[in-house]
Design a protein around this ligand. Structure first.
Ligand code: NAD
Length: 257
């Protein structure tokens, strides 16, 4: 049986862990050749060892760094000559100076303890990184393509600290506006806004903060990285060929808007 992504070239940022790694594995199972990008080259390289098939490559760089991303996409072009799928997945939920620890210590609401620099850095990674990687990726999509952005229930409904929720909300606006510009090139762009998913990111969050969210989730559990990879596969493949500018929120029913 032919895979749903047979012959496609897919770049996934943040592919060295969690959702990005699960997407890389699933996409490769479906026949894609994966450009696994991460801030940490060793992590991206580790992902390569988990992938079916040949031709996958690891790329290092910070998605918020314009020069670094220019170099990564030039390397991708050199290796593959084009790109069909771009997943803007790289991200963090905590940063030095964001007041999280002080908030946990009872010093006040996180917003009042957060440095301006931490707020701006969060936007630079998520929104700036999504912009830079999309801009560079679409230059390589000479036969149309699919771009996937990663929002969150934080962006949809404010579950999460203000810097993270602001960044994830902005990604939804980016996705909707970009769909209008990219449609004529045969490029679709859609967002995934996951609920609480079991990955190294959420493993780093105090269970006492996550437990109430999981309790309010009708399916009564966290999601798995593989479940988000399945949503990404749908958006990357031709099965979603008339879907663009939309968001899908695999969240176990926590949010139903
Ligand atoms: N896990 C969840 O519950 C959840 C829910 C909603 C949205 N998300 C989003 O999904 C995406 C993946 O999350 P995850 O849970 O797999 O996290 P993770 O921490 O397991 O993996 C994130 C990866 O991104 C990489 N990364 C971080 N900053 C980077 C940068 N500046 N440049 C390049 N790579 C960078 C990290 O090295 C890491 O390998 C993130 O955008 C996150 O905000 C996660």
């Amino acid at each position: 049986m032919t895979g749903r992504l047979e012959g496609r070239i897919a770049c996934i940022t943040g592919a060295g862990s969690g959702l990005g790694r699960a997407m890389a594995i699933r996409f490769a199972e479906e026949g894609a050749t994966v450009a696994a990008q991460d801030l940490r080259w060793e992590a991206a390289d580790e992902t390569l060892h988990l992938l079916n098939g040949d031709g996958h490559r690891a790329f290092a760089g910070d998605v918020s760094d314009e020069a670094a991303m220019g170099a990564v996409f030039a390397e991708i072009y050199g290796a593959y000559g084009r790109l069909d799928i771009q997943v803007n997945n790289a991200g963090v939920d905590r940063l030095p100076g964001d007041g999280f620890d002080e908030m946990l210590a009872g010093e006040g609401p996180q917003i009042s303890l957060m440095d301006h620099g931490a707020f701006i850095r969060m936007l630079a990674i998520h929104v700036g990184g999504t912009f830079l990687c999309t801009r560079e990726a679409v230059k390589l999509m000479d036969r149309g393509g699919s771009v996937i952005t990663l929002s969150s229930i934080a962006g949809l409904a404010g579950w999460g600290p203000v810097h993270y929720a602001s960044a994830k909300g902005a990604i939804l606006g980016f996705t909707k506006a970009a769909c209008r510009e990219l449609g004529a090139m045969g490029i679709r762009i859609n967002a995934i806004a996951p609920g609480v998913i079991d990955t190294p990111m959420t493993a780093g969050v105090d269970e006492a903060l996550l437990a109430p969210l999981v309790m309010m989730t009708p399916l009564g559990r966290k999601g798995t990285a593989e479940e988000i990879a399945a949503t990404a596969l749908y958006l990357a493949s031709d099965e979603s060929s008339f879907t663009t500018g939309q968001w899908l929120s695999p969240n176990g029913g926590l949010i139903t808007i």
